[in-house]
Write a protein that binds this ligand. Structure first.
Ligand code: ADP
Ligand code: MG
Length: 238
């Protein structure tokens, strides 16, 4: 299960408040997209949900349980970064299997699950290579493989395609939709790209200056933007 609720979530760095009371609800299995200009707080929200950043105020609940003080390892939430964050000295297979290795899963079991995931992500021919010998798209697939091997109920993506060229981005979007279907995980996907948001989302959360401007499905947002910021950002005629 992966129902996410943020109640009046706040974040300050030093005295500077960058998330100003965010209320967000994402149903189990939804593909939610956080969209908004650079610096509006998208990554900070994801990092708080992942447990990589403390929450300064308010609550984050997963399936009704307050998670504010739960360690990242115990959240059953995986995160995929823009920069891939792969271990350069490890092979593709070792990168994908890393979290299971940490949990002392038997070697044969790790090999089997890494093999399955590599098959799904078209990485089988590259299992023994180092990340430096892969293309950008292949590296991002390894990062995705590493995230899904623990079968998380929530997967967070922070601008995962922004380093890829346009054609590859379109292909990877389709792969992410397939990943969503096949895992049934709740996904929160961060982007500053309106087209990507409109294509992928069940629900879009539009952010500006650390505040939620509007939440709706793509068509609802397009047809009924609540203010000029949302209208301009989404590109609606109104
Ligand atoms: P986005 O991902 O939407 O571009 P961020 O969440 O990265 O935005 O940043 C939101 C705001 O918080 C920005 O003003 C940024 O400078 C600030 N910020 C983010 N991380 C830190 C940090 N570790 N220390 C101080 N300020 C930060
Ligand atoms: Mg960011």
């Amino acid at each position: 299960m992966g129902t996410i609720v943020l109640n009046q979530v706040r974040k300050s760095f030093g005295g500077h408040e960058v998330i100003k009371g965010a209320d967000i609800r994402i149903e189990d299995g939804q593909f939610a997209v956080f969209v908004g200009p650079s610096g509006c707080g998208k990554s900070t929200l994801l990092r708080m949900i992942a447990g990589l950043e403390d929450i300064s105020g308010g609550e984050f609940l997963l399936d009704g349980k307050v998670m504010n003080d739960v360690s990242p390892e115990q959240r059953n939430i995986a995160m995929v970064f823009q920069s891939y964050a792969l271990y350069p000295h490890m092979t593709v297979a070792e990168n994908i299997g890393f979290s299971l290795d940490l949990k002392k899963t038997p070697k044969a079991e790790i090999k089997r699950r890494v093999g399955e995931i590599a098959e799904r992500l078209q990485l089988t021919p590259y299992l023994n290579r180092k990340p430096s010998a892969l293309s950008g798209g292949q590296r991002q697939r390894v990062a995705i493989g590493r995230a899904i091997i623990k079968e998380p109920s929530v997967i967070l993506f922070d601008e995962p395609l922004s380093n890829l060229d346009a054609a590859l981005r379109v292909q990877m979007r389709a792969e992410l939709q397939e990943l969503h279907r096949s895992t049934g995980a709740t996904i929160i996907y961060v982007t500053h790209d309106q087209v990507e948001a409109m294509t992928l989302a069940d629900q879009i959360v539009v952010l500006k200056d650390g505040q939620v401007m509007q939440t709706n499905d793509p068509i609802g947002l397009y047809k009924e933007p609540e203010n000029t910021f949302v209208a301009q950002f989404i590109g609606s005629p109104k």
